[in-house]
Design a binder for this molecule. Sequence first.
Ligand code: ZN
Length: 381
Amino acid sequence: MSAPNKSYDPVEVEALKPEQIERMRDEALAAFAAADSLDALQEAKVAHTGGASPLALANREIGALPPHAKADAGKRVGQARGAVNKGLAARQAELEAERDARVLVEEAVDVTLPHDRVPPGARHPLTTLSERIEDIFVAMGYEVAEGPEAEAEWFNFDALNIGPDHPARGEADTFFVRTTSDSGSAAGSGGTESGVVLRTHTSPVQIRSALDRELPVYVICPGRVYRTDELDATHTPVFHQVELLAIDEGLTMADLKGTLDHMVQSLFGAEMKTRLRPNFFPFTEPSAEMDMLCYVCRGASVGNPDRPCRTCSSEGWIELGGCGMVNPRVLTACGVDPEKYSGFAFGFGIERMLMFRHNVEDMRDMVEGDVRFTRPFGMEI
Ligand SMILES: [Zn+2]
């Protein structure tokens, strides 16, 4: 029986001596404490807990010990490694908290600073309102029609039953680009050519549409029109209209009324309605002014002094525009047989609609191009 091999006594293995294990542990903890950044800590971690670290190497020595010595040495190394891992985790948490606190300070954003010195513009509300109205009619099968703004006098007046003596043809209302006498002398044709005007309404587009298209015709004509008005709070020499024309067999005033009701309900809400008042226009017969229910008081201000309404002056209704059944003479001018077909038409100013839909009080705001006016409409598409 041989004596125990002394060299396997853990005390005799240099790396497993208690003071050596303690030294390794203390060195590791000191290295972690000295690490002043997460990167430095990572290096210390590799050096003191990695596969080539002193404690890992000492751990390997345990396997070579005699069985009775393994438990003691294993416990010592295990405790040391536990302490090292615990110290590492604590330092890691400390350094991470420091980093987070530093990031909060260094990367702070002052949300009250102006983010952009040139804010984006916005589409003009006249454009978006016009498109919204077009959408309502396109959904009903109408087609959007356009025409020239410098228009032949014949299309702007004669075809619409506005004769040569009509006051609207005077120079007091109309911008003439070329008068009939100009064109006559220029062309030497004895004055038979039509003069040219800046169109005073979008109605000539209706005439062009009726001439160009196969029947039935359902068109909506938005566009710029011109009158010789001075620019002030309620007038502008250039403004926008939307006009509508429907020509088909069997159309009546009831179709017109239903179409108007649908439009105001789409724009202002389901309870809206319209009313028609007799009027006269050369291009429609019978003709009517169309009013819509006041969208603010819905008529509740009428005869009710306790609830006055500024929008409709407590009348309950707001005037919207003109309408009627297309005059048979206009149908004839468009080559349409008035015995077989009938039509209805209506038109109104988009500026006016914008004024009461958004409480715009001065028409000059719409034409001056100030972004402070258009920007609040920027979210509208
Ligand atoms: Zn009202």
